[in-house]
Design a protein around this ligand. Structure first.
Ligand SMILES: O=C(O)CCC(=O)C(=O)O
Length: 275
């Protein structure tokens, strides 16, 4: 680990091969896919079935159809996928907590809730919702200076599927964000920096850990498959600058008026639940 720690300090990232078992990751992927599958069945795209009854192409076709026909439903499924117990459990895996200690987070804490992505241009209205240009996560997290991100592929991700691109060593250049776009702290790269971006191809079970100051961007997904991944962010409560900044945290979590379903439920439906 000593060697890895030196590598991390210098380059701002670590790729840990086979960190998890494939089956541990598959639990999250299947749970996420099942959120959408329930709506495919509800909408009559397919008779009642399990994920195993559909091949990948059929599943993806339903996903793209849902985007075309009912974007609200797709987006709500996406939201439910962020709340999966398996996703949150993975973010608290003892191996992750040990790793956080190894990269010198003395008292790790969750920065923002885990996120799960399923990126494809056919599943988003704006480019930034499926392919994010160069950015740093620290700007939107603004937590401890040693905060880290753990980026986990839920499927094997190669360059064609849009492997994440990183700029090694860029964490040492400090905060380069010049504006925030859809919550991402965007960074302008020089031509030389663009040429130095490295694609991180990863397999299911591998993880990528990086400093929240490391500049990174989405690769282009040029396949017809969504790129499934999940990302966890951690702060360190012992970081002195974070303490001095009174643990400043820029996120809020509250219900939004327009999203509240009016005139629901009627009492009979509620009574049925308890009968
Ligand atoms: O996964 C991606 O392609 C971009 C997402 C990302 O970099 C982030 O959430 O900070």
């Amino acid at each position: 680990m000593e060697e890895s720690k030196c590598f991390f300090n210098k380059n701002g990232y670590l790729i840990l091969k086979d960190f998890f078992l494939k089956k541990e990751i598959d639990i999250v992927l299947n749970d996420a896919k099942n959120v959408f599958l329930r709506q495919f069945i509800e909408k009559g795209y397919t008779p009642r079935c399990t994920l195993d009854d559909l091949n990948e192409e059929q599943y993806n076709d339903f996903l793209y159809r849902l985007f075309e026909q009912d974007i609200e439903c797709l987006s709500n499924c996406g939201k439910q996928a962020q709340h999966l117990i398996s996703l949150h459990t993975l973010s608290l895996h003892t191996k992750i907590i040990e790793l956080l200690h190894q990269v010198k987070l003395k008292s790790p804490t969750i920065s923002t809730r885990p996120v799960l992505y399923f990126n494809h241009s056919r599943l988003a209205k704006k480019k930034i919702f499926h392919t994010v240009n160069a950015h740093q996560d620290w700007r939107s997290m603004q937590g401890s200076l040693n905060s880290v991100v753990i980026w986990i592929p839920l499927v094997d991700i190669n360059k064609d599927l849009g492997a994440l691109e990183i700029l090694a060593g860029s964490h040492l250049d400090g905060l380069r964000t010049d504006h925030i776009e859809n919550g991402f702290g965007m960074v302008k790269l020089s031509e030389q920096e663009k040429a130095r971006l490295t694609s991180v191809e990863v397999k299911t079970g591998d993880i990528l850990l990086f400093s929240s100051f490391l500049i990174h961007q989405s690769g282009d997904n040029i396949t017809d498959r969504p790129r499934w991944s999940c990302h966890f962010r951690y702060n360190d409560l012992e970081d002195s600058s974070f303490l001095k900044r009174k643990y400043a945290h820029p996120y809020i979590y509250k219900p939004i008026d327009e999203l509240i379903t009016k005139d629901f439920p009627i009492n009979e439906e509620l009574i049925k639940i308890y009968s």
